[in-house]
Write a protein that binds this ligand. Structure first.
Ligand code: ADP
Ligand code: TPW
Length: 583
């Protein structure tokens, strides 16, 4: 949309006394039009100088503007939206402090390979560069640069189209990531001829071009797979992001190779699939001879591809990734397959015919044996009903609920709450699970939940440690304000990890301990949502069923035994003391 302004053309001759009505547009509208032209219809943000009017105008122009209570959560929402939709999620903030609040989310998005664009208003360059003390002065572009994939600043209205196009292309092409776009206050009010403005905008053609793998690299990978006696496929969140679901499933089923999903790849194939080796994870990682990574990095989450986790048996790796520099980052990769996952998997499928020999029966049998043993052990634990509730008895309720509602989105953070949910709650559909990702970052909860609700329209279940929830808890107001179908379950065990630490000197409580018996459910009630206090699995089930049926914003304070769980959950060994003792 352009504004009709009764302004004389800037280039009008001085002696021209006729004031012509001319259609002009401005920076505000050019940014909105450029985003809309590229099918971006939602902005997550927080208003203030210099972007308040922009948020109003965007809404008036038909964009969905979701206003948060803190920029970090708006940024997390943008990142999750990017992961779910393969369009860059947009986070909009004010200058310096708002920008910095959004920056954690931008860095986290980049770390996780999620496409997002952080757009921040900024102070005037002339004043910033001379450090003359402008309102919220900061050299934001310089600060953002090392923390994201690309960073741009637009100074002239006629460059807005290029700026947005470069931001979109940078976020989506190759390995996706976070992009920073700096828009100084003065830019928004700049005017230009509406027609010229329209022509200056760019509709990005093919923003994430397919990258076809080289035929010889496909041959190499197939040869290695074919010769394997104990093959394993590892699916990562890159595979989930790629949206090549049918081909990935075909590859696994046609080869008969057992697979392990990383946390956010759960559900790419249903966790109950016969070839899932998740219940025999330690065994397959230690014993496999050929491991094919599909959109997963050999980082700390996979013990860097070496050490005890990977056992003594020599391994050869095939790695499918769009980023060539990822290869050999931790251990030697025998068969790199560089390209987009869709193209790589379909090329591999081209080499797999009906004569393909399925993996040896002794390998599949050994996995099945361990899987069955571990599953029946798990079933026995889940069948217990201790008082107070522990992680298992509470998560058994969540597990059954997700089985009944496989299209629901699941957001998950905490330490024990994260680890237990990941292993107990089966996922059935791709891209339904959002969690703390590569950094193991706390605070993604409410931002991810809002994005999940807004972008999918499906019910959202957020399983939150009580500490984890605290990082973004104020966004329950946002959830109520937009009346989103989000059911938050706070696993309340009175503290970080547990609630039982004691300060040996008396006085202040221990650093990991919170107010005992806190009532998080009342926070939701404060904003008109449904708050429920649940102390048994039956109460938890009733409240969750009701939340899913009603679609009302709900927070369930699930009281968990404060002695349950372990320090840092499954990664206790990364605490410096334990790490030092190990050496
Ligand atoms: P996980 O934590 O699930 O193991 P990671 O985030 O470590 O997953 O790895 C994801 C990998 O997927 C990254 O190395 C990234 O470059 C890659 N990736 C992301 N999207 C694609 C794609 N469309 N095609 C190929 N590789 C991709
Ligand atoms: C941004 C460190 C890892 S897990 C965690 C913290 C503070 C909370 C664990 O307690 P919670 O879960 O949520 O009650 P549970 O189930 O064990 O009781 N700051 C950031 N990120 C991280 N990861 C931390 C701190 C941390």
């Amino acid at each position: 949309m352009s504004a009709v302004l009764n302004t004389p053309p800037a280039a009008a001759p001085a002696n021209d006394t006729v004031t012509q009505a001319r259609e002009l547009t401005d920076g505000f509208h050019l940014v909105i039009d450029a985003l809309k032209l590229n099918d971006i219809d939602t902005i997550f943000g927080l208003p203030g100088i210099p972007i308040t009017d922009f948020t109003r105008m965007a809404q008036a122009e038909g964009m969905r503007v979701i206003s948060f209570r803190h920029e970090q959560h708006a940024g997390n929402a943008a990142a999750a939206a990017g992961f779910l939709t393969r369009k860059p999620g947009i986070c909009l903030t004010v200058s310096a402090p708002g920008f910095l609040n959004g920056l954690t989310a931008l860095a986290n998005a980049t770390t996780n390979c999620f496409p997002m664009i952080l757009i921040s208003g900024s102070s005037e360059r002339e004043i910033v560069d001379l450090q003359q003390g402008d309102y919220e002065e900061m050299d934001q572009l310089a600060i953002a640069k090392p923390l994201c994939k690309a960073a741009f600043r637009v100074l002239h209205a006629q460059d807005i189209g290029v700026g947005i196009a470069r931001a979109i292309r940078s976020a989506l092409s190759g390995r996706p990531g976070g992009v920073y776009l700096d828009l100084p206050a003065k830019l928004f009010a700049q005017t230009m001829d509406a027609e010229a403005g329209k022509h200056s905008l760019i509709k990005v053609v093919d923003p994430a071009p397919r990258q076809i793998p080289a035929p010889d690299s496909v041959e190499r990978a197939l040869a290695l797979l074919k010769g394997a006696k104990r093959p394993l496929i590892l699916l990562g969140k890159g595979a989930a992001y790629a949206q090549a679901d049918a081909d990935i499933r075909a590859l696994i089923e046609k080869t008969g190779i057992p697979y392990l999903p990383m946390s956010m790849a759960k559900g790419l194939l249903p966790d109950t699939h016969a070839q899932s080796a998740a219940p025999a994870r330690s065994y397959v990682l230690a014993e496999a001879d050929v491991v094919m990574l599909v959109g997963a990095r050999l980082n700390w989450l996979l013990s860097h591809g070496k050490g005890k986790t990977w056992g003594a048996r020599p391994k050869q790796f095939i790695q499918i990734d769009i980023a060539p520099t990822e290869i050999d980052s931790n251990v030697a990769i025998a068969a790199p397959l560089i390209g987009d996952i869709g193209s790589c998997v379909s090329a591999l499928l081209g080499g797999i015919d009906s004569n393909w020999a399925r993996p040896p029966a002794d390998w599949l049998g050994a996995i099945a044996e361990r899987r069955d043993k571990n599953l029946s052990k798990m079933a026995a634990t889940l069948a217990q009903n201790p008082s107070p509730m522990n992680f298992h008895s509470a998560l058994n309720v969540v597990r059954e609920l997700v089985k009944k509602h496989p299209d629901a989105m699941l957001v998950n953070e905490g330490a024990n709450t994260l680890d237990f949910t990941r292993s107990i709650v089966d996922m059935y559909e791709p891209r339904k699970r959002l969690d703390v990702g590569t950094w193991g970052i706390m605070g993604i909860g409410m931002g991810f939940a809002v994005a999940a609700a807004v972008t999918t329209g499906k019910p959202v279940i957020a399983i939150e440690g009580d500490s984890a929830f605290g990082f973004s808890g104020m966004e329950v107001e946002t959830i109520c304000r937009y009346n989103l179908p989000i059911c938050i379950v706070v696993f309340n065990n009175n503290g970080v990890y547990k609630g039982t630490d004691v300060n040996p000197r008396g006085g202040d409580v221990a650093p990991t301990v919170f107010v005992k018996n806190a009532r998080y459910d009342l926070m939701m009630q404060a904003f008109g949502g449904v708050g429920v206090h649940a102390t048994t699995p039956a109460e938890l089930k009733a409240a969750m069923d009701e939340a899913i049926a009603s679609g009302k914003p709900t927070l369930i304070n699930a009281v968990i035994d404060e002695t349950a769980g372990t320090e840092s959950g499954r990664i206790t060994s990364l605490n410096p003391q334990s790490a030092a003792t190990k050496k």
